[in-house]
Each structure stands twice: as C-alpha cells, then as structure tokens.
Design a protein around this ligand. Structure first.
Ligand SMILES: [Zn+2]
Length: 75
C-alpha cells in the first residue's frame, strides 16, 4: 500500500513536470496580426478590412470611388 501511494505521487510529479515542459517549449500564443476589424461599405454594403477602406465623416467606404459616389458634394 505504501508503494502504491509512492507511485501515485511520482505519477503526479511526472505529469506536472511533463505539462510544464510542454508549456515552456511553446511560446505564448500571440494574436494573429492578419486579423483586422471588418467594416461594411456605406455605399455598396460589401465587407472589407478596416485598413483597405476610406473613412469619411463617420461613414466607412470600401474605396474612394464609393466615397465620392455616396457623397457627390465632398471631393
Ligand atoms: Zn463600396
């Protein structure tokens, strides 16, 4: 019975050691830099990444052409 308890303790220690070793091997997961906020074009309704669009007075457009199409006055 004593050996069974010793074996259980050793198993737990081995499991914790193995788990810790696996954690140190892998670096902490970083957020994917490719994931961008998606916006909807106020003119055509297409979804586009925030970096690709044009922003004008609180409205987002997929391109400059749709920005000027939706707002003919401002150019
Ligand atoms: Zn558009």
């Amino acid at each position: 019975m004593k050996y069974l308890l010793l074996f259980a303790v050793l198993a737990v220690v081995w499991w914790v050691w193995k788990k810790r070793q696996r954690q140190s091997e892998r670096p902490a997961p970083r957020p994917d830099p490719k994931v961008e906020n998606m916006l909807v074009c106020a003119h055509c309704g297409v979804h586009f990444p925030e970096g690709d669009g044009v922003r004008d007075e609180g409205e987002d457009y997929c391109c400059a052409a749709h920005r000027s199409a939706a707002r003919p006055g401002s150019r």
